[in-house]
Structures are given as C-alpha cells and as structure tokens.
Design a protein around this ligand. Structure first.
Ligand code: ATP
Ligand code: MG
Length: 660
C-alpha cells in the first residue's frame, strides 16, 4: 500500500456519558494517567484484583520477545477465581447465570450451583484420565454445561479448545487433530430455529478420524436418539455422580488455559494460545472497566456464542471473575419471533447488553417497531464487538435500544488480543458513532504508515500495538513461525533491520486517526480497495450506504477494473420498508450511487450496486468479502466452509449474472 488510506467519512456527532453513570463509574479518567505513568505497575494493580496462591516475581519478561511471559513465577487457579472465592465470600446464593433455552425452558444457577457442577465435572474429567496439560475439545450448544466444561478444564489445568457448535465434522476434525485433544465434551444436540439440531453425529464422524480421542462426554439436551460407542459417556451419569468435593490446585501464570481457532474470515484458522494469569487479569479488568460491571446490581448479557473469543472472555472468564449475574441464551434472535432478544432484556431486567453490529443491522432491517414493543427501561449500557459498527447502525442502536440516551462502547479486539484493547470508557469518554475511540489504560495502540511511522491526526494506515499486554496470545499452537510471520514481521524488530528495535504487533486491520486523535477501524487490510491510486476503505463506503434510509446493511469489495485498477462493487440489503421491485429498484440503485458520491466524494462512487436479501457471513456473523470479490470478478468461489449459510452465495451469484 503506497499511500495512507483515504480518509473520507466525516462524522461530527458526539455524546458525553450520562452524568449519573460518570459520577458512579468503576473507572474514571485518572486511570489513563495512572497507566501512562507506569504501565507495568498499573497491570500489577489489576492482577491484584485476582486471588493468587503465589505472587509473581516479575510483571513482564520480554527478554525473548515477541514470546511474552506475564506475572512470572505467580500461581493461581482460574476456576477458583471465577467461583470458589465468591462462594467463600458468602456470595454463593447470588445468581451467576439466568439461562434461557430456545424453546423457553429456563435454569437458574447460583455461584454455589456453578461451583458444585464444576467440581463434579473436574472430578469426572480426572477419572477419565485427563491431567494438567492435556487438551480437551468442547463442542456444545449454548447451555450452562458449556461454561461448566470450560471451568472444569481450567480447574484441573487441562487446556480447552472450544469449537463452535455450528461447525462441520471436517472443521471439528481439523481442530481436534491440530491440538491432539484427548477428550471431547459435546451434547446430543441443541435447539436452533425452533427445532433440535443434532451435534453428536458430527462428533461421531470427527472422532472416527481422530485417534487421540479417548473419551466423549455427552450432555443430554434434546433427548433425541444418538448412536453410542465404547468411548461415549453420558454427562448426567458421569459428572452428576462424581464427587462435589474438589480442591483447585494453583497453576503457573503461564500455564496454557485455552486454544481458540480464529473465525477464519480471511484465511485458514490459527490456533491462538492463551495462558492463565495475564489473560484472566485483562479479561477481568476490562469487564469491570468497559462494562462498568456492578456485581451487586447489574444483569449483564453478552449475546455471543461460547465458541468465539467474546464468549470466552465476556461470558465465562471476565464476568465470572467479577462475580456478575448474567443471562445466557441458547437460540437465535428470531425464534419464535423477531422480538425474542428484547423480550429477554425485558424479562430479566438486563442492564448491560453486549452484541454485534451484524445483529444490530439485522434488527434495523426488521424495523424499529419490534424493539418498541418491549420494556427495556432496565438497560443502562450498550456494547458492540466483531466488526466496525457503521455510524447509522450505532445511532439506531442508541435510539431504538438505548432510548436515545445510553452510552455505547464500541470495543475493538481480536481472538489474538484475548481482551478488549480499544474502547470508550463509559463513564469518561465522549463517544462518536462509529469510532472505538481510544486505547484502554495500559494498552499502547497506534496507526502507522507503510514504514511503521506513526501517522499524524487526520491520517490513516495500519493498526498496531506497540507494547505487549497481559492477555496477548503467546503463540499459534504448534506453529511459532506462523506466529512470528503473521503478527510480528510487518513492522519493527521482527521486520529486520528496516523496522527499528521495537517489537510491533500488526493487527491486520486498517484504521485512521481523526483530528482529535480518536481511532476509527476501517476494516481488514486485505479488504482495502485501490481505486485510481487511492486506498479506499470498505467500511467507509459501507457506512455511507447504510446512512441512506433505505439500506439496512451493505458490503463493498474492490473488483479488478481495466480503467481504475479496482472498481467499487457494492451489495446492499434494503430495509424492510423499501420498495425495490423493477423500476423502483433501478431508481434506488441510481440514488444510492449518487448518495455515496455525495457523502464521500466522487472517487468512492460504486461502479455497481446489487440489492440482495442477505450477505455471506461467517458463523460469527462477519461479512466474508473475499467471496463477494469472487462473485464481482466472476471467479469460482473460494473456501466456503466457515460460511453460515452457503445458499446465500447461490442467490447472490445468480442475481449477479442477471446483471445490474
Ligand atoms: P481470521 O483472523 O481467521 O480471519 P477474524 O479476524 O474474523 O478471523 P476474530 O478474532 O474473531 O477473527 O475477529 C477479530 C477481528 O474482528 C478484528 O481484527 C477486526 O477486523 C474485527 N473487529 C472486532 N471488533 C471490532 C470493532 N469494534 N471494530 C472494528 N472491527 C472489529
Ligand atoms: Mg483476525
């Protein structure tokens, strides 16, 4: 990339935090100065929020950079921190999880319940021969046993590898083989879209090709018939009859806690390795700081699946380390009706909601009448994660979910970062719709040009992290070279003698700094378009499209073009109310092209816009632009295995041939 990303979108709206939230916030503006003064001492104070069996001797060992060690010599048990210490402090009766099954069945688990189940599961795993350092694959629906399984592994020092329950047998096989897992924890199935969706047959298929698997532990959720083999054990027989007594042993701060494969939006998934002390420190601190989590009074709900890093850090480890009460929901947002999420907010009096832009844009498509039908007056804070949130989606979220007054924290982070890195602090930051704003206290992020030089305010380039952070990935499982090449070889010391002597982490995302120095994420570097010599961000063109009242969601790609190098091709989902039949559709397309040109400048005017009913998304809900690029350039489609619904691509391709 020869030139910094064009900096087109100009958003001027800004919203200060509500006075009451600011006055009572867990974290105030002083935290930034505190961390800037002595970053390592700051992280030590956050680590002190946890219970350590053995205190560390050194905060950070960076002598073998970029392989980091945090809290060297320290020892702790993650499950003890998430469960036992709350029970020991007399908070055992407090609700940990309000669980809502898709069919409407519910379970309430207190901290004492969760502790007891986790102890039993830890004993059961030990009886099956699992010891510290072994890998355990977890392939479960969104049921409380998913959290219990993770915590039980953590409790005995087994490294878990959670595989999203929607993945195929091949994806599961690859992940089990890559980690040489010894046990799989699964269920007969779960409920999706109003009916049972089987999991066990997929596991059977995978296990047939995975000789390392010795045992399969099966939770009964749907009660459907399943095939049974000598390796299989029912959870309700094995775990529920195991002893409820289990003393948690402390593990080294650098003991491997989990492997999680990235979602595969751009390439073959990487097994990201996270360890114990630093990870829990930052997951716990960020849940406390970014969500202003008050364990006494909040009801927190993160709508992610446990199969993604968001489910790891902000359903299991962060909230539980803080002793929070949360909601966990098994199913889809439109079962049995499109107001299900808002009904859950209403029913449990949810105060903090953390969800994804894809969900918000879907709700925009369905229309604001749906949230308006529920009492959501309990909400006090909203969060977003997973993709850049378009300013209009942000405004819709604030308006129709947040009563036009709630703060929104747009949180940038990755599987690799383990915890939130760039985000507003809800009691401090004057937010701007569409901006993740500033690095959190203790995090040093920057936007740099091709040469790794910090760009001035108003400039665009690559997002990087200049200093190590406690919850950073430690390596790519079994592949140190891929770790070095992917993240540390673009800039700084890892790039050899051109890069200087600092190790600089390359996040793979484009970003800009606005005139105030606030950070705007512009999408993945791989997705940036080069049009007539200008780098144009997909995110900015998409946001311009979404700012038109007839568009709910948009995806933009650069397609090879004989005159301009690349030309902008856009795919837009109309809002429910828009008329797109025949002539009206043609008219809307013309109007949208002009709207983008007017909003961003003529350079950004799409060559082509297609109105589509859906976009190709990964199972974590992210738009897969590389497939749209294949369509726009008339190529056969690349790897579609991580796609949520492959029929979407047929719809889009056939529409494309019809020409527009
Ligand atoms: P892969 O790395 O395998 O292609 P992935 O990057 O989709 O998959 P994740 O780690 O789940 O896997 O996603 C992290 C990415 O999601 C970030 O690098 C960024 O592109 C995007 N992202 C997450 N949160 C935000 C946010 N608040 N704003 C903008 N982008 C975000
Ligand atoms: Mg990624």
């Amino acid at each position: 990339m020869s030139e910094a990303l064009a900096n087109l979108l100009n958003e001027t709206r800004q919203f200060p935090p509500p006075a009451e939230l600011a006055a009572n916030a867990n974290v105030t503006a002083g935290a930034y100065d505190e961390a800037a003064g002595d970053r390592l001492a700051f992280w030590e104070r956050q680590a002190d929020r946890l219970a350590w069996a053995q205190k560390w001797d050194q905060v950070l060992d960076w002598s073998n950079a970029p392989f980091a060690k945090w809290f060297v010599g320290g020892q702790l048990n993650v499950a003890y921190n998430c469960l036992d210490r709350h029970v020991e402090a007399g908070r055992g009766d407090k609700v940990a999880i309000h669980w809502e099954g898709e069919p409407g069945d519910t379970r309430t688990l207190t901290y004492a319940d969760l502790h007891e189940l986790t102890c039993r599961a830890a004993n059961a795993l030990t009886d099956l021969g699992v010891v510290a350092g072994d890998r355990v694959a977890i392939y479960l629906p969104m049921i409380p046993e998913a959290a219990v399984a993770m915590l039980a592994c953590a409790r005995i020092g087994a490294t878990h590898s959670v595989v999203f329950g929607g993945f195929s047998a091949d994806a599961l096989t690859n992940r089990i083989q890559d980690a040489s897992a010894k046990v799989v924890i699964t269920a007969d199935g779960g409920y999706r879209r109003g009916k049972p969706s089987a999991l066990k047959p997929t596991v059977d298929e995978a296990v047939a090709n995975c000789p390392t698997i010795e045992h399969v532990l099966v939770v009964r959720r749907t009660g459907e018939d399943v095939a049974w083999s000598a390796k299989d054990h029912w959870w309700h027989e094995t775990v529920e009859s195991a002893s409820a007594e289990h003393a948690a042993q402390p593990f080294d701060a650098e003991h491997p806690l989990f492997i999680l494969y990235t979602s595969g939006t751009t390439a073959r998934p990487k097994g990201i390795l996270h360890t114990t002390g630093g990870y829990l420190t930052q997951a716990a601190y960020t849940a406390h700081a970014v969500f202003d989590l008050k364990p006494e009074s909040d009801v927190y709900w993160c709508t992610a699946d446990i199969g993604w890093v968001t489910g790891h850090s902000y359903i299991v480890y962060g909230p539980l380390a803080n002793g929070a009460t949360q909601v966990m929901y098994e199913g889809t947002p439109d079962t049995p009706h499109k107001g299900r999420f808002w009904e859950i907010v209403d029913k449990y009096r949810v105060t903090i909601l953390y969800t994804a832009p894809t969900l918000i844009r879907t709700m925009m498509k369905w229309g604001e009448d749906i949230p308006a039908g529920f009492d959501m007056s309990s909400l006090r804070l909203l969060g977003s994660v997973g993709e850049p949130i378009n300013p209009e989606a942000w405004m819709w979220y604030r308006q129709h979910v947040g009563r036009g007054e709630l703060p929104i924290v747009d949180t940038w982070w990755q599987t690799e970062t383990g915890a939130i890195m760039i985000s507003p602090l809800p009691g401090v930051t004057e937010t701007k719709p569409g901006s993740a704003m500033t690095p959190l206290p203790g995090v040093v992020a920057d936007v740099v040009d091709d040469q790794g030089r910090s760009v001035p305010n108003g400039g665009g380039g690559y997002l990087v992290l200049r200093e190590p952070w406690p919850s950073m990935l430690r390596t790519v499982w079994g592949d140190d070279n891929r770790f070095l090449e992917t993240y540390w070889s673009r800039f700084g010391a890892g790039a050899g003698n051109t890069g200087g002597d600092q190790w600089i982490y390359f996040a793979g995302d484009g970003a800009k700094k606005d005139d105030d120095g606030h950070i705007w994420l512009l999408g993945r570097v791989d997705d940036v378009m080069l049009v007539s010599g200008h780098n144009i961000s997909t995110t900015e063109v998409e946001s311009a499209l979404v700012s038109h009242p007839s568009v709910a969601e948009a995806a933009v790609v650069g397609a090879t073009d004989p005159t301009t190098g690349q030309a902008i091709v856009a795919f837009a989902i109309p809002r429910g109310t828009a008329d797109i039949s025949g002539e009206a559709g043609e008219q809307l397309i013309a109007e949208l092209r002009n709207h983008v040109a007017k909003t961003l400048g003529p350079i950004a005017k799409p060559r082509q816009i297609m109105l589509v009913p859906e976009l190709p998304k990964t199972r974590s809900g992210k738009i897969m632009r590389r497939l749209l690029r294949d369509v726009a350039e008339n190529r056969s489609l690349g790897d579609v295995t991580t796609l949520q619904d492959s029929s979407v691509m047929e719809l889009i391709s056939s529409g494309m041939q019809g020409g527009k």
